[in-house]
Design a binder for this molecule. Structure first.
Ligand SMILES: Nc1ncnc2c1ncn2[C@@H]1O[C@H](COP(=O)(O)OP(=O)(O)OP(=O)(O)O)[C@@H](O)[C@H]1O
Length: 380
């Protein structure tokens, strides 16, 4: 399911602008003497997974300094996990990266709750070099050389690749050898398979596994994107970003990432991991800052979680724009009425909305909710 918040009138999407600026920067920074290039891919550089974190479960509302409290909690957790070195290495990695790319700074370092994943990948120099090397190769002659021409480099460096098997599934492995158009690949389960080189795609370095934002991946191919989303989902991180778009995967279970504590955390920018609250927060801030109407578009197949996600977005906006009159409470209650009349059980969803809806929430100049308008339309 995809969500994106955007001003009503945009000539060019921010994703396009971001890609364009990255493309221009790559042009300027292109090094001269480099190993063979990889195939044409989106030109974004690999970035440090700046927010390798899980949602805090012990976040305290009303802390004088929420960020400080959460950072302390993060440090404590980190040390309990026996990963004391992780933060230091990550800082070193950040410093190394800043050196490599001049003025580039890690995003919002001071406000990020910097928790490593349980069992997450710690950073070491070898992995850092691997990422840098991949990116240098990419920017060397992006688009001029075919991926098949670089298989030798992947064999030599023992880099991981994705391999599409006969049943259509992607498996990761390492190329052992090639012969003509065929390659022998050692899969992670220990099996060696013979596949056509056309069924191989480059895999991202381990260090990039589970990044918050898909644009941080060095290779944006199908298996890499799916693997990243699955990696996060299996750790109850149901939200990921793809630039300005939020990807939500229905957990079909209660995940403890909603409610007042988390609303406060996103409001205070103590947390910035991908979340529908962050989308609603951006929309609210843009509206207040620029005085421009904002839209949050939620799309996905039946049962993907659109209705639930819309409710969470409304919950966040109600918390932000709630006033003394309690109108936000009335707006939230409309969901029950709409569902009572318009929902039905289907083979895909026990509580399927059999209609589409456009919910307008009106705010006063002071950012307080002053009204709402809900339009429904018949589903197909
Ligand atoms: N974030 C979530 N956390 C927990 N459960 C969820 C979440 N999102 C969705 N679900 C579960 O999935 C079910 C289906 O979600 P929902 O009704 O929002 O889907 P939908 O995309 O609106 O489907 P339809 O198009 O058929 O109306 C919900 O009833 C709920 O049980």
């Amino acid at each position: 399911m995809m969500l994106s918040a955007s001003p009503s009138m945009v000539a060019r999407s921010s994703l396009e602008e971001m890609l364009e600026s990255l493309r221009r920067r790559d042009e300027c920074e292109r090094p001269k003497d480099l190993p063979p290039a990889l195939p044409a891919r989106p030109t974004s550089r690999a970035r440090l997974p700046s927010a390798r974190k899980s949602l805090p479960t012990d976040f305290k509302v009303g802390e004088e300094n929420g960020a400080k409290a959460s950072m302390e909690s993060a440090e404590k957790r980190s040390s309990l996990n026996g990963k004391e070195d992780g933060k230091r290495k990550e800082k070193e990695w950040g410093a190394k990266r800043n050196n490599s790319f001049g003025s580039k700074k890690l995003r919002k370092e001071q406000t990020v709750v910097d928790l490593p994943y349980d069992g997450g990948v710690m950073l070491d120099e070898e992995k850092v070099n691997e990422v840098l090397e991949v990116n240098e190769m990419k920017s060397a002659k992006s688009g001029e050389v075919e991926w098949e021409d670089n298989l030798g480099y992947f064999i030599k460096k023992k880099l991981r690749v994705w391999c599409r098997l006969e049943d259509g599934k992607w498996e990761s492995g390492m190329i052992q050898s090639t012969s003509g158009d065929e390659a022998f690949v050692l899969l992670s389960n220990g099996n060696v398979v013979k596949v056509s080189t056309g069924e191989l795609l480059p895999a991202n370095p381990d260090i990039l596994e589970g990044v918050d934002d898909l644009i941080q991946l060095s290779y944006l191919n199908e298996p890499s994107v799916l693997n990243n989303i699955q990696y996060r989902y299996s750790r109850d991180m149901i939200y990921s970003k793809a630039g300005p778009v939020l990807i939500a995967v229905n957990p079909f279970k209660a995940v403890p990432i909603y409610g007042n504590k988390f609303i406060t955390a996103y409001r205070q920018k103590v947390m910035d991991s991908p979340h529908v609250y962050a989308i609603a927060d951006t929309a609210y801030n843009e509206m207040m800052g620029d005085g421009v109407n904002q839209s949050i578009i939620i799309s996905g197949e039946s049962g993907a979680g659109k209705t639930e996600t819309a409710k969470f977005a409304m919950q966040y906006l109600a918390a932000l724009g709630g006033g003394s009159e309690g109108i936000e409470y009335e707006i939230l209650q409309t969901n029950h009425i709409l569902e009572a009349f318009g929902n039905a059980k289907t083979s895909r969803n026990d509580n399927s909305s059999r209609f589409g809806k456009l919910i307008e929430i009106h705010f006063s100049a002071f950012g307080k909710i002053c009204g709402a308008k809900i339009q429904t339309c018949k589903g197909v």
